[in-house]
Structure formats: structure tokens, C-alpha cells
Design a protein around this ligand. Sequence first.
Ligand code: EPZ
Length: 418
Amino acid sequence: MAERLVIEGGARLQGRVAVSAAKNAALPALAAALLTTEPVVFENLPALADVTTISRLLERLGAEISKGAAGETEVRVAELKSDEAPYGLVSTMRASVLVLGPLVARSGRARVALPGGCAIGLRPIDQHLKGLARLGAEIRIENGYVEARASRLKGARITTDLVTVTGTENLLMAATLAEGTTVIENAAREPEVVDLAVLLQSLGARVEGAGTERIEIDGVPELGGGRHRVIPDRIETGTLLTAGAITGGDVTVTGVVPRHLSAVLGKLEEAGVALEMGEATIRARGPERPRATDVITQPFPGFPTDMQAQVMSLLGRADGTSRITETIFENRFMHVAELCRMGARIETDGASAVVRGVSHYQGAPVMASDLRASAALVLAGLAARGRTEVSRVYHLDRGYERLDAKLAQLGARIWREP
Ligand code: EPZ
């Protein structure tokens, strides 16, 4: 029986909590270790199910992974044992597709299962494949697998049809070992892309422009080893701040990079949350009742889709009506039905949701459907009157390191039950 989270709502969260390293930076960074035969040491990998999944995949491909004393992890792919990412693994975590670019760049061949859709949408990888073909890879799709072959990748100009985070990351990694110069136009500008570029540069790659829509890479014959500290998780930071806000509490999150979540902070302030920024801390004091405001998700630096469900929980308690528009994924309102079971008044119409705020949620048994939807349900449970039970909490554990323990540390009445 999958574990459940039980929450007795109503406590105002108070105190300080440290954020973990970013899941969406750790995953591409681990995949990048495939690009070199030398060891790459990661100082602060988060203990997440998705990190475990990609680590297993890397070991299957030939990586030796060892944990150091001070919590650091060494990954070394001295030689490849396989070039295949099997469906069993890719279907559990679509980010497994991040091994595609590194494998083709390193060994000239890769066989990666096509990721099925997931709860939030179809999520194809056509842009990844078009880009690799531009770099000279022969791409074939058969039996649900992508087969990519290349004697040696050659630098090219690539313009993606849309902004794709892992698409940019896959192409960036592949280009580091291509012959000649690659320019990626319309590149994703997320902090996680920048963090990957920082890691690649420390391994000897020549990358300019990460964080802008134009990244230029001069291929090198091989990469060396290195050491990397993964950036803090801006989505977990936003989630913890929202937990303080939604309960009318006073929460300080430490170890953060405020500029990584400016759009989220702007929305929290519009909703009446009082924020104080420090060098690496953000303090959020919630209003008695949030103010309504509108949200449109956009690629970075716009409002991140990964915070859409969480901010909907906050606005579900607002004094007024808010409109939330999800422009990135076609089906990322799975949390709406469950929030309505807790008393929210939300109506969706295609990519938009109209949220008519209620003064309080009622606790209820609810079911998580994807990572961020489960976070939204936890947030609503914290503010609800009565008991909320969130089932299928494995969704939460994919992307949040001990979130229930962190919330309990802030005074939440939250625990796990089998
Ligand atoms: C990354 O997913 C994140 N995952 C997602 O976080 C995040 O929601 C998303 O970026 C958007 O910010 C990781 O970084 C591991 P995209 P990714 O490619 O790269 C379409 C979480 O909760 N598209 O930027 O898969 C796609 O269908 C997860 O932590 C194509 O059509 O997202 C989507 O509608 C969820 N063809 C849009 O573009 C392609 O080849 C953006 O997708 C690629 C993408």
C-alpha cells in the first residue's frame, strides 16, 4: 500500500528551513558525467527518488558511483557497458532522456526508449531529435525506441521550434564533444541550464551564453574530471515560502538564490505576502487571507509552470477571483479536482483556471497525481480545517527531499502513515 501523508491543518508555520539542491539541475548534471572517462564529484546531490533512478541508469550504462564521507558522490564512467536506456527506466522518469545526447557524443551510439506521456501531458522529444540530427546523428525510431548513430557529431546552428529545458540541455551536452562550433538559438534560459554549463566548463567544455536564448559551444576532443555543487532548488524554495504564506505564518528559507525565483516572489507579493530578501535567505510572512491575482506560466524568467499548482492552492484561499493560465503543458490541472474536494471553487477551461477564493479549505482524503500537484495538496492541507490524507505520496518523494520533515520542523502537524 503506497504511503500516505496525514496533515492536521491550521498550524501557522514558523521558523527557518534549509532548501535542498535542485532536482532539475542534479539530473542533467549526473547525465553529463557520461561525457568523460574521469571522475566527477558532486558535493550536495539531493536524496530524491529521481536522483536514485538516474543513478541506476548511469550504473547500467557503466558508471561507478560511490558516496564519500562528507556526503559527496563520485560518478565515474571509465568505460561504457551499454548504450541503452530501457523502457522500464525511461517510463518511470522522462528525464532519463537526458542520457541521449551524452551517449551519442561519447560513443557515437544510443538506444533510448521513447518516453511515454505522463500525467501532465504528451511531452514529446522531437526537438531533442531534430537538434541531434542537425549535429549529424542518424536518428531512427522503431519499437518505441530512439536509435541514434554518429561517427562524430559536427557543430551546427540549431534553432529549436519552442523553448525546451531538457532539449536545450541534451543538445548543449552533445555539442561539447562535437567537431567545430554549435550555436543553439531559442535556448532555454532556466538557472538549471546555466548550472549545467558551469559544470561542463569545469570539465573543460567551451560554452558561452548559457542563460540567454543563444548558447555557443566550441567542441573539444575530450573532457576531464571535476567537482560540482548543484544550485539550490528554486521550486522547493517557492513551495516552502508558499507553505508559510498559506498558513499565515512566518517562514525563512535559507541557502537560496533569490534571483532564481523573481517571478514567484513577485506573485507572492501581489498576493499580499510580505517578503524580506537576504543574501541567501528569503523570509515570507503570510497575510491573514491572500489577495487575488492572475498568473500566466512562462519559460524562465517568467512564472515557472512547476509552481503553478502551488500558487493555485494559495490563491484558492484568496479574497477574490484569480485567473491562472498554464501555457507550457497541456494537462497540468490535475490538482484542481482534488482541491475542489477540499472546498476550493475552481473552474478550468482549456489552458485557464478561474479560482474564486474561499475563506478556508476543509481537510479531506485526496490523491496525488504528479509531483507538483501533490505539493499543492499538501499546502492546502496545511491551511485546511481538519485532517487531510494525501495518498500516493511517492509522487512527492520524486522531487522533494523530506518535505514532510521540513514542514514538521516549521510546526506543521504532518506525518506519514503506511
Ligand atoms: C523540464 O521538463 C523540467 N524537468 C520540468 O519539471 C519543467 O516543468 C519543464 O522543464 C518546464 O520548465 C526537468 O528539468 C527534469 P520542456 P522538460 O522540454 O524539459 C514541449 C518537475 O515538476 N516539448 O521544457 O521535459 C513539452 O511537451 C518537472 O520538476 C515538445 O513539444 O520540459 C512541453 O509542453 C515537470 N517537444 C513544453 O515543450 C520537445 O522536444 C516544455 O517542455 C520538447 C518539449
